[in-house]
Design a protein around this ligand. Structure first.
Ligand code: IMP
Length: 185
């Protein structure tokens, strides 16, 4: 079993490069069908989604435009989620546009729900979400992403854009924490 080490932790290969690429080829056909005849704006959530966005967009056939955003969050006792979020860097005008947000992972759903609400509030014609990974057991807010690469158990993963303390984004596959070092549940 292929293992890697990042900082103080060991991770083992969970989803291979081939599995990712083959799933992207399939799910992108669903996206192509959904947006047939429409103009699409991809809004890619940095940093984690940069890699999946680069691969996904090459399967899309409606000449999408691309924009990038970041989400900053800080702790607060005032919100049930424990965090207040802010969307940064959206340059594109989303009014009357069909928007597909591209995320790396949906965990509790607080970030994705916040982003969809923000972009809806700017009068987008439609707002949908693609997420490479989705942890359905952890979902506390909102709904499942409209397009999902892989549903995974509630375990911490890295690779293919996702990081552990800023390391591991370059990995071609997705790796999960060794069982005995599991931290997220
Ligand atoms: P949510 O708001 O709980 O859905 O969290 C979304 C964010 O949490 C993602 O954009 C990631 O930055 C981070 N995150 C959640 N699970 C993982 C994971 O397993 N690996 C790396 N980052 C994660």
């Amino acid at each position: 079993m292929q293992q890697i080490h990042l900082h103080d932790k060991s991770f083992y290969l969970y989803i291979t490069e081939n599995q990712i690429q083959s799933r992207l080829a399939t799910v992108s056909q669903e996206i192509n069908q959904h947006y047939e005849g429409k103009e699409l704006l991809l809004v890619v959530v940095l940093k984690g989604a940069f890699m999946v966005a680069a691969d996904l967009i090459r399967h899309l056939n409606m000449n999408p435009e691309v924009s990038f955003i970041r989400v900053s969050s800080y702790q607060s006792d005032l919100k049930s989620s424990g965090k207040v979020r802010e969307m940064l860097g959206l340059k594109a005008d989303v009014a009357d546009r069909h928007v597909l947000i591209v995320e790396d992972i949906v965990d509790t759903g607080f970030t994705s729900t916040f982003l969809m609400d923000e972009i809806r509030s700017k009068s987008a014609a439609s707002v949908n979400m693609f997420s490479l990974l989705f942890k359905p057991k952890n979902l506390k807010k909102g709904v499942a992403p409209d397009f999902v690469g892989f549903e995974i158990p509630p375990e911490f993963v890295v690779g293919y854009g996702l990081d552990y303390a800023e390391k591991g984004r370059e990995l071609r596959g997705i790796y999960r924490l060794k069982d005995e070092e599991k931290e997220f549940e």
